[in-house]
Write a protein that binds this ligand. Structure first.
Ligand SMILES: [Zn+2]
Length: 199
């Protein structure tokens, strides 16, 4: 299992909550939508204190597109570092261009894009910079060591968080444009014992 494997296919949104007045209310939906990890660098909630560490990022910057500030389809789940790095800049769509076939993550923690768009995202967010490299290398080594010597820790590092959001009980003020997604949420899958132990 490789924690730094980017998604195989472009992401198709499964949720569509509408009508929240506060961007923070989208957070539980975004956590589930993007598997509790940063869409840019794949940092996972399980590896950090997630409070304050993850944000709903406006893909099209709020300052330039105020009409999209409360539009779920313009939001991504990102870590603090990537959120700061991206800021107001425009970037190619990570959901289309950060795919496993387009990205090489090496053992030393370095990362390289195989396509122009993937390279542009890596450059813009400095995902190959020393801090990100070090973080990837450290996490890879910790995970590999846990896999070998500490199965309990390994499961914890590679599992979904315990506090999965129960999206069924959330009622977005103007409904949900993709209501079927709730049944495929990680919480619902865990209840049905269909959620994998690790990912
Ligand atoms: Zn990140």
């Amino acid at each position: 299992m490789n924690a730094y494997r980017y998604p195989i296919r472009p992401h198709r949104r499964k949720h569509g909550p509408r009508g929240y007045r506060d961007a923070a209310d989208f957070q539980p939906w975004l956590r589930d939508e993007f598997l509790f990890r940063c869409v840019y660098c794949l940092e996972r909630e399980q590896w950090v204190n997630r409070i304050g560490h993850f944000h709903g990022d406006h893909f099209r910057p709020a300052a330039d597109h105020p009409e999209l500030v409360l539009d779920y389809d313009n939001m991504l789940y990102v870590c603090q570092a990537c959120n700061l790095r991206k800021g107001r800049q425009s970037v190619a769509e990570p959901l289309k261009h950060l795919l496993s076939k387009d990205i090489v993550v090496r053992r030393d923690g370095s990362i390289r894009g195989r396509t122009k768009a993937a390279k542009a995202i890596i450059d813009l967010l400095k995902l190959d910079g020393p801090q990100y490299r070090k973080r990837r290398r450290l996490m890879r080594e910790v995970i590999a060591m846990a896999a070998k010597h500490n199965p309990k820790l390994y499961r914890e590092l590679m599992s979904f968080p315990d506090d999965l959001p129960d999206l069924e009980v959330l009622k977005p003020p103007v409904g949900n444009s993709r209501p079927n997604g709730v049944k495929k949420s990680c919480f619902a899958l865990r209840v049905q014992q269909k959620l994998p132990a690790m990912y």
